[in-house]
Design a binder for this molecule. Structure first.
Ligand code: NPG
Length: 407
């Protein structure tokens, strides 16, 4: 048994809640169109209090192989029983729970060492291949419970260096150019500091050029293709250089690092990987090969906030900028993302939009863009754990299936 710094965080039960939350407007990407977000919520009950997290898996396996029914099934059948068994003796998880040599020189290792219960989740679940989004949700719920018991915020645990983070907004593929420009103009008016446009073959140079004109040369603009292109499209993608973009995100398939390397060699716009980066190892590999010079960190895709801290640390050491992606999270997931985006290596605005970008009513207190000097920013939550409260009446009102109790 490893040293126990938070005696008492004994995992007693895991609850799965399924809710459906309508989006304020449809969100279209190269992989599909969503009008409602189906969310899997995880609540862990420990003898030191509860913790909540949301799983970012989508309704369909289109962005990644994970999807919400699959995540619920793998948690129910494999992950929750293993986690409950690993912590059955009390405490947080046994051998391998703590990183071996935490040092203050490595901020990630020090942060992870300070949350032994959450740090034990990954090792306890490693026997299941993949399913990072499902694992991330369990780890985040344990982390929330553990930090609440310690009276610490996620921001302080992660090593946040700012109280406000710059916000970008992701703009879906619109039915017409006019509607796209209207939508973008609305976000600019609201103060968003960066625009990300979804692109796909047939919806690229023209909309990007029109939005560049709308924003003027100084407006921060980037594009995201969600794997919609092929190597033969490299000359076309290189034409995006004339629009002065911050980055081109994931034009090619998740497994196709070679095409990203080939694009990066012929265009000035930085290439940024999202779907391809599954953890610290794949991040370092992609950077070394020249497939990515900026990394999108999404905790769900990387198996959790703790692996995200490791990726951030590795990128910081290599001076590779990172930014925080989004997966249409409710306030619950958004709170943790905003805390992460407050770390020093997050040098570009994230897809950390305000609640009303997606939801008329949020599952937690809403995230609202700041004003004055904080225009286009969100305040980093400072309360214990995620720092936000799940509105349980909404969990019941929005339920799309009965809750599942695992113990
Ligand atoms: O602001 O939360 C947000 C969404 C940002 O565009 C966004 N996310 O490919 O990065 C993406 C995309 C996405 C959404 C991916 C939902 C997967 C699911």
């Amino acid at each position: 048994m490893t040293e126990q710094t938070n005696a008492g965080a004994r995992l007693e039960a895991i609850e799965l809640h399924r809710i459906e939350v309508p989006l304020v407007r449809p969100f279209e990407t190269s992989f599909g169109r969503e009008t409602v977000r189906e969310v899997l919520l995880v609540r862990v009950r420990t003898d030191a209090g509860d913790g909540w997290a949301e799983c970012v898996a989508g309704r369909e396996p289109f962005y990644s192989s994970e999807y919400v029914d699959g995540a619920a099934a793998v948690i129910e059948r494999y992950l929750a029983p293993a986690l409950l068994a690993a912590t059955a003796g009390g405490g947080h998880g046994g051998p391998g729970a703590s990183p071996s040599h935490p040092s203050t020189a490595d901020g990630a290792a020090a942060a992870i060492a300070s949350v032994p219960a959450a740090a034990a989740v990954g090792p306890a679940l490693a026997f299941v291949a993949g399913h990072r989004m499902a694992k991330a949700a369990l780890e985040a719920a344990v982390l929330d419970a553990e930090l609440r018991a310690q009276g610490r915020s996620m921001a302080s645990c992660f090593g946040a260096v700012r109280d406000w983070v710059d916000c970008g907004v992701s703009v879906g593929i619109a039915p017409t150019l006019e509607e796209l420009l209207d939508e973008v103009a609305g976000y600019v008016e609201q103060g968003y500091r960066r625009i990300k446009l979804k692109i796909k073959p047939g919806w690229d140079l023209v909309p990007v050029g029109a939005v560049r004109e709308l924003l003027g040369p100084a407006g921060l603009l980037q594009v995201d293709a969600n794997t919609a292109y092929h190597q033969g499209d490299i000359p076309l993608l290189a034409e995006l250089d004339r629009f002065g973009l911050l980055l081109i995100e994931q034009p090619f398939a998740e497994e196709d690092l070679a095409s990203h390397v080939a694009l990066a060699a012929v265009c000035d716009t930085p290439v940024c990987l999202d779907e391809s980066i599954l953890d610290r190892t794949t991040a370092l590999d992609a950077i070394e090969r020249g497939a990515t010079s900026i990394v999108n960190i999404k905790p769900g895709r990387m198996g959790g906030y703790l692996e995200s801290l490791r990726v951030h640390e590795a990128c910081l050491a290599l001076e590779v900028p990172v930014w925080c992606g989004g997966m249409l999270e409710t306030g619950l997931g958004r709170a943790a993302n905003v805390a992460l985006a407050a770390l020093p290596g997050f040098l570009l605005p994230g897809d950390t939009s305000a609640s009303d970008r997606y939801y008329a009513e949020d599952l937690t207190e809403p995230f609202v863009l700041g004003t004055g000097e904080h225009r286009g920013q969100l305040a980093v939550p400072q309360g214990s754990g995620t720092g936000v409260e799940v509105r349980e009446e909404l969990v019941r009102a929005w339920a799309s299936a009965p809750p599942v109790l695992l113990r």
